[in-house]
Every structure is written in structure tokens, then in C-alpha cells.
Design a protein around this ligand. Sequence first.
Ligand SMILES: Nc1ncnc2c1ncn2[C@@H]1O[C@H](COP(=O)(O)OP(=O)(O)OP(=O)(O)O)[C@@H](O)[C@H]1O
Length: 234
Amino acid sequence: MLTVDIKKKLSDFTLNISFTAPNKTIVLFGPSGCGKTTILRCIAGLLKPDEGSIVSNDTVFYSSTKAIHLPPKKRNVSYMFQDFALFPHMNVKHNIWYGVKTPSQEANELYEKLITLLKIEHLPHRSISQLSGGEKQRVAMARALMAEPQILLLDEPLSALDAQSRYELQDELKRLQEIWNIPFVLVTHSPEEAQAIGSEVLFLHQGQQVSEPPPSWNMNANGKPTRSSFQYFY
Ligand SMILES: Nc1ncnc2c1ncn2[C@@H]1O[C@H](COP(=O)(O)OP(=O)(O)OP(=O)(O)O)[C@@H](O)[C@H]1O
């Protein structure tokens, strides 16, 4: 369980957000610049809010009243970036093992489980430059979970992929969340993706949560959001 209740002054508005993420996938949805990435960065400890609190289970990550601001490495949070941020000079296996401090039998078992679940058993010695976008996403996912995080943050994890890989990986993400049973906090611009993956969706507008979903959630016959989808925000 993750509880976020923070304010932070940004260039054009003040981010003022309060939500609780149970062990499910919570989606932060809204237009470019509404504050989605800033929220992830505050949870990860890469940015300090101006006030409020961030608590994960019993661990206080940030509290303005208690003057607590844990550094990123003490938060046990994995952050998966839009471009996957894999190390190009390392092969797949070394990328996945990167965050593991002490090799152990348990870590080996976790590694085997992850590459099987993510269907990348055939790739361990491949270099990153020889992977498709979907394969890179799977490797990034394995690396993120190999660190055994309490929380997984995903910043537009599927946006660089073609439609086919996106659909496949939406299902994988849902399945992995159910197995890991930790909060996944996922940022997207895509109403279709938010609906497909999110157990809960937070609609954001200029740093604030808005209660109404955009009239937008009407899809056309091809399952794509209609043009009116975006009127709410743009
Ligand atoms: N450290 C910072 N200090 C002040 N303003 C910031 C800071 N970081 C980002 N901003 C501004 O805050 C706003 C929210 O940025 P943020 O990156 O969180 O938006 P976003 O919703 O993730 O956008 P996108 O979907 O384009 O990635 C933007 O106007 C941005 O310019």
C-alpha cells in the first residue's frame, strides 16, 4: 500500500495530489505537462515535494512535518523509464542482474522465474542493440522486478511499441502485477491503455486530480479513442 499526499510548486502550477495505491495497478492519466512524471519522481525520491507525505507500507519515504526525505536507494522502488534505460554495453542477463547486490540461490530462482514469465529465456546473451522494442520492454521489466521492489513505477512503458506488442504487453503487465502483488503506478497519455491496465485511474489536470473521466472514454469501432476523447483536457 502506497499513500501519497504532496504539494510541489512547478513552473506554471502547484502539484497538489493525494491518493492511496493498494497492491494493484494505479494509472496516472492526463495530458502532457499535467504532472504525471513529477509524481513518479517524488515517489522514487528523485524530487523533493514542498510539503506532505509519502508512505509505503510502514516506511515513511517523505514527511515534511517529520523532516524525512529518504534517498532513492533506501526506498526499494523500481522505476521503469519510457525508453527502458537499458545498458547498451551489457547483454540481457547482465542488464537483468544489474540491481542485485548479493547473488544467491533465491536471486537465481527469481531470475529463472522472470525470464520464463516474460518469455525471454532465449535472449540472455543477446546484446541490447539486437533486441526488438517489445523484447527490450520485457528485459526492462525483468530488471525492474529483479530488484524485488515494494513499488514499481512505470513511465509510459508501452509508448515506444507497435500496436501488436502493446496489446501483448498490456496483458503481461496485468499478469505480473497479480503475481507480484505490489502497487504498480503507471503513467500514460492513452485512454485505451489506462482502461486496459488500470485497476484504478487518476485523472489529472494541471497538477490536480479531477473526479470526472473525460467524455472521451468512448472508443471508435477500432478500439481507438475518438477525437472527442481528448476534448476534456486539450
Ligand atoms: N523540477 C521542476 N521544477 C519546476 N517545474 C517542473 C519541474 N519538473 C517539471 N516541471 C514542470 O511541471 C510540469 C509537469 O511536468 P511533468 O513532466 O510532471 O508532466 P507530465 O504530465 O509527466 O508530462 P509528459 O506527459 O509530457 O511527460 C511541466 O509544466 C514541467 O515543465
